[in-house]
Design a protein around this ligand. Structure first.
Ligand code: SAH
Length: 388
């Protein structure tokens, strides 16, 4: 079986660089591409990237890349890959996804069918099985994906299983939750550090607060879930157990955090509390029912992160306009606080009453959104010795 892999971490458009930064922090050199980040590594890289990346969607192994402008080229290309080094006899190996973009081959179901035939033929040959007798597929699953971009095929195996945004702590969703990996990415893009107060005044199911607490405590986001690769026979279970053990040892339980979340809807506040409980960070976050219009604080240098309702999703335009105006007025006195607000409303700044210092285009699912960033004013501390 294989010991070294070319891997990609997939990411939502706009978040590739954040995933790249996370990978480098884990110690991997990487190249940031469109929608994905490429890196090399061994089995430990597969385990650690799944366990630790907060902003990525999935980790996939690149089995091979080759030109494919005809079905014959596709068949030969897929057949030519070293499937025997990945797929044990008896495993399930669906071609779970085929995607063709700007390519001569564009019939995705046919790409799936041809690719499947090619893998089957290769395994029949390798394991000396008669052609014509289907291979039994009962064991662990290896989901294969074929993507053809400008007549270049990339063939991958997904190592993750259900997407990495599913951390396993969400008890109930409620309303319109932001994906966990998107919330984590926004926190990583913000200027929040664990020593600053953090407030999410439209916390819904609590995602930003929970992700922040997990990040601060260095709780691996994947600690509470399983991954597809854990079923594979060539993955050393002890290596996985050791990685989980190391992750548990890394958790910093001593840190003092100041994180709070509030929402107008008491039902959601209950859900947020349950989610925080399940994530193991309930003691780190103060959740309460409150209108954002009632937000007041004497603290300084904090960070507000909010993803308020957008027109497309939850409220009518009139209500949105007045909510954003209230936000602007409520946050204005908090001069030393930075604010990061995610919305799809292109009129946000006008309604809020202030132009953002910086804007960043992101996608919340398929919806184009902007992260409006307002940086807090630094407070000058007077120096008691110089009397300043
Ligand atoms: N990020 C959240 C989802 C936020 S959706 C999550 O991950 O679940 C927007 C939230 O704003 C909703 O939960 C809604 O109840 C809340 N909301 C709407 N108007 C509000 C107001 N005036 N004050 C506080 N919260 C409000």
């Amino acid at each position: 079986m294989k010991t070294n892999f070319t891997l990609i971490a997939t990411a939502a458009a706009g978040l590739e660089a954040v995933v790249g930064r996370e990978l480098r922090d884990l110690g991997y050199d990487c190249q940031v591409e469109n929608g994905r980040v490429r890196f090399e590594g061994d089995l430990t890289a597969i385990i650690d990237s799944n366990l630790w990346l907060r902003s990525a969607d999935r980790i996939k192994i690149i089995v091979g890349q080759f030109p494919a402008s005809t079905f014959e080229e596709l068949f030969q290309g897929v057949y030519g890959l070293d499937w025997e080094n990945y797929l044990p006899l008896g495993c399930k190996f669906p071609i779970s996804k085929a995607k063709c973009v700007k390519s001569k081959l564009h019939n995705e179901p046919s790409v799936q069918a041809i690719s499947k035939k090619a893998v089957v033929k290769k395994l029949q040959k390798h394991f000396h099985r008669p052609e014509g007798v289907p291979l039994q597929e009962l064991g662990a699953e290896f989901r294969i994906e074929v993507s053809i971009l400008k007549d270049q095929a990339t063939v991958m195996i997904d190592t993750t299983g259900s997407s990495l945004f599913k951390r396993g702590y969400r008890v109930e969703k409620g309303g319109a939750p932001i994906k966990e990996n998107m919330a984590a990415a926004i926190l990583l893009l913000s200027n929040w550090y664990p020593d600053k107060p953090l407030i999410d005044p439209t916390c819904g199911s609590g995602t930003f607060c929970i992700e922040a607490a997990m990040m601060a405590r260095k709780i691996a986001p994947g600690l509470k879930r399983q991954f597809a690769f854990e079923e594979w026979n060539w993955v050393d279970k002890e290596l996985v157990a050791a990685a989980r053990h190391r992750a548990k040892e890394k958790i910093d339980w001593d840190l003092k955090l100041d994180i709070s979340g509030s929402d107008i809807d008491a039902r959601l506040v209950d859900i947020a509390k349950k989610n925080a409980q399940a994530a193991g960070v309930a003691a780190d976050i103060q959740f309460k029912q409150m209108r954002l219009q009632d937000l007041k604080t004497d603290k300084t240098n904090g960070v507000i992160i909010s993803n308020p309702p957008y027109g497309e999703r939850l409220l009518d335009d009139e209500a949105i306009a007045s909510l954003y105006r209230d936000m602007g007025q409520t946050f204005a006195p908090l001069e030393t606080w930075s604010k990061f607000i995610l919305t799809s409303d292109e009129q946000f700044e006008v309604r809020y009453g202030q132009q953002a210092d910086k804007k960043r285009k992101l996608y919340n699912g398929t919806l184009k959104v902007d992260l409006y960033q307002f940086f807090g004013k630094r407070v000058k501390r007077s120096n008691p010795i110089q009397g300043g």
